[in-house]
Design a protein around this ligand. Structure first.
Ligand code: HAM
Length: 427
């Protein structure tokens, strides 16, 4: 029986996994620089949490959740709701008035799989809870932009304001009137959405709908004084931090919890799946979920899309090559190499060796394939003389090293490795 992975679920194989690690390492580094702490959350939550946080009439809740109907639990489709649940449950607001948290892990949505769109995908999600300051909005966008820049990716930032419960109803009414006049020209999804969730029509990808909404009223014209002020201060903050962005009045998000600032990091290189990351402010959501009256804002980056972009934009991947390949030739030398390899690994070096008794030629080939920085060659004769050859694979220079005691050799090798002729690539 030939069992394959589920459609939309993907293995990450060696070769690609290094790019994932590179993305995650860069993110963890930046998150630490911006004073975020990690939080780890369960994958399964009560269905009601997502229905209440994300919104009953969103695509995610209506059609994309993996729910165990008999148990009323759901595999998380995003991290924000779970993180807020944990924040409320553990009273994290009492510990610190402003919490800066991040979490990394898999999310699940039953979407139609395609390039950059999976059913199990991974997000790096950051949230700031307890601050309504518009500078936080600017700071978060700047942090996302900096991470993408440090990964060598070229991505643009788009921003919008979705107003608040005070100003959105007037906009909704104006939009409903506008959509009613064009009802017949909308796609079937939008015909349905225009009464349940009219804002979603604004970012429908169907060309017919796109054309219809070109003249639609803009939320930016309906903002109340508080929201307009907030937007102005966010823009000033972005300018002060030197973050390049554009305002996109059509941007609405697929989750209902947003208020005021929303933003997306966009690429032209991934076809329809243009957003590599997205987020926004959600003042009111924590309270709605039974927590204190605190503001919140955050965003999530899609790891699959970042890795695809790294591959496409051909940025240099970090190498996972060993610093040393130990080639033992002959029975005795190979036995010695086996012990030495372990001693070197114990001492902190990334070391590879052949356990199949291959010839020197094929071991050298293997070392080349692994991109080992150095090869230590030990033959039975050399072993008898307590000697080995070490070859720098970049310069092809070879020199003798003495194999006295293992510990001394480890010492010597580690010193050699950290000094000039032998360069360590991966440890
Ligand atoms: P989202 O826009 O649904 O927002 O997802 C954020 C990012 O996750 C997207 O920009 C995309 O890169 C990635 N993503 C989403 N769905 C898929 C998929 N099916 N396959 C691959 N990648 C995907 C949220 O999830 C919000 N919780 C973000 C947020 C945090 N807002 C405030 N705080």
């Amino acid at each position: 029986m030939n069992i394959k992975a589920l459609n939309g679920f993907k293995d990450v194989l060696p070769g690609e996994v290094e790019q994932w690690q590179r993305v995650e390492t860069a993110a963890r580094d930046i998150f630490a620089r911006f004073n975020f702490s990690e939080i780890r959350l369960p994958i399964l939550e009560k269905t009601d949490l997502f229905a209440r946080a994300i919104g009953e009439t969103t695509d995610i809740v209506e059609k994309e959740m993996y729910t165990f109907v008999d148990k009323q639990v759901t595999m998380r489709p995003e991290a924000t709701a779970s993180l807020l649940r944990a924040y409320i449950e553990h009273g994290l607001h009492v510990q610190k008035p402003v919490q800066r948290l991040f979490t990394i892990g898999p999310m699940f949505r039953h979407e139609r799989p395609q390039k950059g769109r999976l059913r199990q995908f991974h997000q790096m999600d950051v949230e700031v809870l307890g601050s309504a300051d518009p500078r936080v909005d600017a700071e978060l966008m700047a942090m996302g932009a900096l991470l993408l820049h440090e990964l060598g990716l070229s991505v643009t930032l788009e921003m919008n304001s979705l107003g608040c419960p005070a100003c959105r109803p007037a906009f909704r009414t104006a939009l409903l009137t506008f959509l009613e006049e064009r009802h017949e020209s909308l796609c079937d999804d939008c015909k349905r959405r225009s009464s349940t969730n009219p804002l979603r029509v604004l970012d429908c990808k169907n060309p017919r709908c796109r054309e219809q909404v070109l003249e639609a009223p803009s939320l930016l014209d309906f903002l109340c004084a508080g929201c307009a002020d907030h937007l102005r201060l966010v823009q000033e903050g972005l300018e002060q931090l030197g973050v390049v962005y554009s305002l996109n009045k059509f941007m609405v998000r697929g989750l209902d919890y947003y208020t005021r600032t929303t933003f997306e990091f966009i690429t032209a290189d991934l076809g329809a799946q243009a957003a590599v990351g997205a987020g926004g402010r959600y003042d009111g959501l924590v309270e709605q979920l039974g927590g204190p009256k605190v503001s919140g804002i955050g965003f999530a980056l899609g790891m699959e899309r970042l890795v695809l972009l790294l591959q496409q934009q051909e940025t240099e991947a970090a190498s996972a090559s060993p610093a040393l390949f130990v080639a033992g030739i002959g029975e005795q030398a190979s036995g010695y190499a086996f012990g030495l390899t372990h001693a070197l690994r114990r001492a902190g070096m990334a070391v590879a060796m052949d356990l199949e008794g291959r010839s020197l030629k094929s071991q050298m080939k293997q070392a080349g394939k692994l991109k080992a920085a150095n090869v230590l060659i030990i033959g039975d004769d050399e072993l008898a003389a307590s000697l080995a050859q070490i070859r720098n694979m970049n310069t092809q220079q070879q020199q003798n090293v003495e194999l006295q005691e293992t510990a001394a050799t480890v010492q010597a090798l580690l010193q050699l490795t950290s000094s000039s002729p032998l360069t360590s690539t991966s440890i």
